[in-house]
Design a binder for this molecule. Structure first.
Ligand code: ADP
Ligand code: ADP
Length: 230
């Protein structure tokens, strides 16, 4: 297990002849096993922050650490993280089994049999074990997101990164999945960074809510402190 630390992290995009400061001097540390929800208006730097932890964007200045490891120079596959996206990012024509096994094949030394066993255990935990031979393009949005979550969990990473994972679902399913993710987090206690626009998600899921605005961190505190204004 490991926490995540941002030390004076800045991200500047070079866009034609313009420089866009997407994240500025971010200092933040997320404890081991803590669930941090990252909120703020569109364009404030949430995705960029997450993508720098994942290794999908370079870090212009400062350092990001996972546990004691500075990850700045590491490839995405060398980082002990798993990411869940809004659009699932599943292979539509591969089975659930294949989707869940794919990352493990390339990022672990597990045998085929060990992989299959882990996929089955995780699918049971997620309630999708009856669907291992189905394909995502035959499944509902909620089931697809369960597969995407299962694919992240099966890797047993140190850190989960969630980029608005529920925003494509209808309100009822969103509430249900929110509860499921919170329960999983309580069981697994994996350090998580969860980006959302949804205040209800931030209030109910987060141990800590971090509020960004125009690339800067405004506040990081428990949800009742962030949302209970006098
Ligand atoms: P959020 O996730 O909070 O909506 P983003 O991290 O996506 O914010 O974006 C932060 C800022 O960086 C915005 O001004 C956005 O337009 C800009 N930005 C994001 N990605 C790029 C990119 N690849 N090139 C240039 N500018 C970008
Ligand atoms: P989000 O909904 O997470 O804020 P956006 O819709 O802002 O995401 O961005 C979607 C994609 O477009 C991202 O990969 C982001 O890096 C890229 N992007 C955002 N703003 C710009 C920009 N000004 N120039 C180039 N790419 C951008």
């Amino acid at each position: 297990m490991a926490g995540v630390t941002f030390d004076d992290v800045t991200k500047v995009y070079e866009d034609k002849n313009e420089q866009i400061v997407a994240v500025e001097d971010l200092n933040l540390s997320i404890d081991d096993g803590e669930f941090l929800v990252l909120v703020g208006p569109s364009g404030c730097g949430k995705s960029t922050t997450l993508r720098m932890v994942a290794g999908l964007e370079t870090i212009t200045e400062g350092t990001i650490s996972i546990g004691d490891t500075v990850v700045n120079g590491l490839e995405p596959r060398e980082r002990d993280i798993a990411m869940v996206f809004q659009n699932y990012a599943l292979y539509p024509h591969k089975t659930v089994q294949q989707n869940m096994a794919f990352g493990l094949k390339y990022s672990s030394d597990l045998s085929k049999q060990e992989i299959n066993e882990r996929v089955r255990e995780t699918a049971e935990m997620m309630g999708i074990d009856d669907q291992l031979s189905e394909k995502p393009d035959q499944m509902s949005g909620g089931q697809r997101q369960r597969v995407a979550l299962g694919r992240a969990i099966v890797r047993q990473p140190q850190v989960f990164l969630f980029d608005e994972p529920l925003s494509n679902l209808d309100a009822k399913l969103r509430t249900k999945m929110r509860t499921e993710i919170s329960q999983l987090q309580n069981e697994l206690e994996i350090t998580s960074i969860y980006v959302t626009h949804d205040q209800a998600e931030a209030m109910t899921m987060g141990d800590i809510v971090a509020v960004m605005n125009a690339g800067k961190l405004q506040q990081a505190a428990p949800p009742n402190e962030v949302y209970n204004h006098p």
